[in-house]
Design a protein around this ligand. Sequence first.
Ligand SMILES: C[S@@+](CC[C@H](N)C(=O)[O-])C[C@H]1O[C@@H](n2cnc3c(N)ncnc32)[C@H](O)[C@@H]1O
Length: 251
Amino acid sequence: MSNDSNPSLDQIRKEVEALKWHHSIDLGNGIVTPGQDNSAKKMKRLNFPDSFKGKTVLDIGSWDGFFAFEAERRGAEKVLATDSFIWQGSVDWAGKQGFDLAKRVLNSKVDEQVVDILDISPETVEMHDVVFFLGVLYHMRHPLLSLEKVASVTKEMVILETAVDMLWHRRPAIAFYPTDEVGSDPTNWCGPNTAAVVGMLKTVGFKRVEVVSGVRSLPWRIAKAAYYKWKRGHQFWSGLRFDRIVVHAWK
Ligand SMILES: C[S@@+](CC[C@H](N)C(=O)[O-])C[C@H]1O[C@@H](n2cnc3c(N)ncnc32)[C@H](O)[C@@H]1O
């Protein structure tokens, strides 16, 4: 029997199609969730270790869980996915259903916990060898405090990915977004530059901090700003101020 006429696969396809996805998760049998995020492409910039064998991993702000499932696939001994905003149904277009469906179809053992970042501590989520803090920092009203929470549960290293702003400034600087001025998204609160991200990580106790994927060249950012102006109507000039970086930091 071909996959196309397999009733359980048809059922999974229907369930996938009924949801709005953030992550593009390969569920096998040719089914990939249609996420807005090209998660597999992001992997290269994240520079994940090839193996998490024997490690415990905490994924903070997991959403559909792509990176938690990837840690499990790379041999992590135990993975805990946490989230609050999306998983608690704070918006009507997304929730925890994507994570639940992917976990079921992948037959994953990833643990899950609804917890706000500001409530993260060794008592609430335990300590973990490796902590992912991906795409979350710029959503924080209290960026330094949130990094203190991240550090408090990290035994070895954190892998952090974030949007950055204030790129013309060499000194550590953080833009504050009191409204929805960035991407028309009121949940974007702050835009640190690279020096601020590195400085904050050192401040909260990481001894070695390495920018593994830094700000891209001005021509690259011009092309990206032009694309987002065309695709989503974003402002071209302010688009040049932004990029995304990936930082690995060790205790
Ligand atoms: C841009 S998404 C990033 C998702 C995923 N980590 C990635 O990199 O693709 C930000 C995630 O952080 C979560 N989040 C935002 N504020 C939070 C908070 N205060 N506590 C816990 N999670 C939060 C959101 O629910 C969302 O899942």
